[in-house]
Design a protein around this ligand. Structure first.
Ligand code: SF4
Length: 484
């Protein structure tokens, strides 16, 4: 969870959920979004359909607050609904950017919710505006809505495919019309999307399996990269209208974003994180008295590290889960206290000991610096930092909010420079091959990497048209576009 005081972690991205042909669709979506709250805490929305009309409710803040009113839920009555939790990675956080987006198009109502970022949204938007399209939001997702609206194809599925062929970037989408619900992923499958079903065979789409668990749905399978799954009166239809390049799933979902109780792309997130900790221990184990995780995402890796080294594991840092977003004015002085609002040292577990701290990543380095200081203040004799990811040297353009490259500590410092910055006695990161081994691979295949790992390598698998400048320049390398 991110708070205004925590400016040193990669922000979560977005979560999506959809259910069709269920009498209580919107309440199930609200529950699903609640389980996906870790993926976005800024805003939430649901669009439902009752057979005659679409209803929408969008609000800033957490799911529980957005959908606590009985009236809101009653107004969302219907047999199909899609929903979204948002952390803004593109477009300001204002109500008109909150998803799902909805428009009345020539063929009827169309609602869409998006996890990811389009990397040619600005170029497409300029083109669409020139042809007379009027945008209501600054969200990249609205580009898809306009592409569907202006497509010359005859039916909604062909219009959607037409739209997807023009967009670049990372996307998992759920869409709703008056006759069908659709779930789809980009051709490289960068962002996750799973399918599940309730006991009565109701089909559900969700960003992660933890959102299936909360409503008692069974996991069926991942929506495949480049696949469009359609749920309608005719049953379930799978389309694969695009070229099938090798998938490049976001490796950071496993390190940090996904909930540890989710199974992502066939792998238990919890197990992967423990494997990462064990690899990290094999690569850079150290003589110490106690292994302490930086909660929460460092916990499974610290368990793996401790098991591999035999060093006792203790909860030496306790996290306050109830740090509100607005309970106190975020003045600069309060911001400086940030890490103490969120974390506190458990002194008896630390005093007089040589401590290994395990965290998931270092972004700007400011939180690591404060945590190392906090552990020293609690009486640690030595503080050794171990990081369950390689150095984050590049920004993400595929739906994860990362600072500018110049703000990333690893982009401007080598490991020794980073160690000095965070004032640890030693600092080590898992190697890239070690990370891939923890994922069950022999190592990273440099000719054909098995995952997106661009924030560690700069090897961006999807073209960055907007960021390179120019209008959809066809000559750029790494151009991955949906093709027929
Ligand atoms: Fe994930 Fe990093 Fe790739 Fe972004 S750049 S999709 S965070 S691996």
């Amino acid at each position: 969870m991110t708070t205004p005081f925590d400016d040193d972690h990669l922000r979560e991205e977005c979560g999506i959920f959809g259910i069709s042909r269920h009498a209580d669709a919107a309440r199930h979506v609200a529950l699903g979004l609640h389980a996906l709250q870790h993926r976005g805490q800024e805003a939430a929305g649901i669009v439902s359909f009752d057979g005659a009309r679409f209803q929408a409710h969008r609000a800033m803040g957490h799911v529980a607050e957005a959908f606590e009113s009985d009236k809101v839920m009653a107004d969302l009555a219907g047999y199909a609904a899609i929903g979204h939790v948002r952390y803004a990675t593109f477009g300001a956080t204002i109500l008109r950017n909150v998803q799902p987006l909805f428009a009345d198009l020539s063929f009827g109502g169309f609602a869409i919710a998006h996890n990811g970022n389009l990397t040619n949204a600005m170029a497409l938007r300029r083109r669409l505006v020139k042809t007379g399209c009027i945008f209501q939001s600054t969200s990249d997702t609205e580009v898809i809505l306009h592409l569907v609206a202006t497509s010359q194809k005859n039916n909604v599925v062909d219009r959607l495919i037409d739209a997807l062929r023009q967009i670049e970037g990372a996307y998992s989408l759920v869409a709703l019309t008056d006759s069908m619900m659709m779930g789809m992923r980009d051709p490289l499958g960068v962002r996750p999307l799973v399918m599940g079903k309730l006991a009565d065979d109701t089909i559900v789409f969700a960003s992660e399996t933890c959102a299936l668990d909360i409503i008692g749905a069974d996991f069926i399978r991942d929506v495949e990269p480049g696949e469009i799954v359609i749920v309608s009166d005719e049953g379930i239809t799978s389309l694969k209208p695009f070229d099938a390049p090798k998938p490049r799933f976001c490796i950071f979902e496993h390190i940090y974003f996904a909930r540890p109780d989710s199974v992502v792309e066939g792998r238990s997130v919890y197990d992967v994180r423990k494997h990462i900790g064990a690899e990290l221990a094999r690569e850079s184990g150290i003589d110490a008295d106690v292994v302490i995780p930086v909660p929460d995402s460092g916990v499974p890796a610290a368990i793996g590290f401790a098991a591999e080294t035999g060093i006792p594991f203790e909860l030496g840092i306790i996290r306050n889960h109830y740090v509100g977003r607005t309970f106190i004015e975020p003045t600069q002085q309060i911001r400086n206290l940030g890490v103490k609002l969120k974390h506190n040292a458990n002194r008896p577990q630390i005093e007089g000991k040589r401590v290994v701290l395990v965290d998931d990543s270092i972004v700007r380095g400011t939180t690591s610096l404060k945590i190392v200081q906090m552990v020293r203040d609690a009486g640690a004799r030595e503080v050794h930092m171990r990081i369950a990811s390689p150095p984050t040297t590049h920004s993400c353009f595929y739906g994860v909010d990362t600072p500018e490259r110049s703000q990333l500590l690893a982009a401007t410092h080598d490991v020794e420079g980073m160690r000095r910055f965070i004032q640890a006695d030693s600092l080590a990161f898992i190697s890239m091959d070690g990370l891939y081994r923890a994922m069950g691979a022999a190592g990273r295949n440099p000719a054909q990497p098995q995952f997106c790992d661009a924030c560690f390598t700069g090897d961006y698998p999807i073209s960055l048209t907007d960021h390179w400048g120019g209008d959809e320049d066809q000559s750029r390398p790494h151009r991955v576009k949906a093709a027929g």
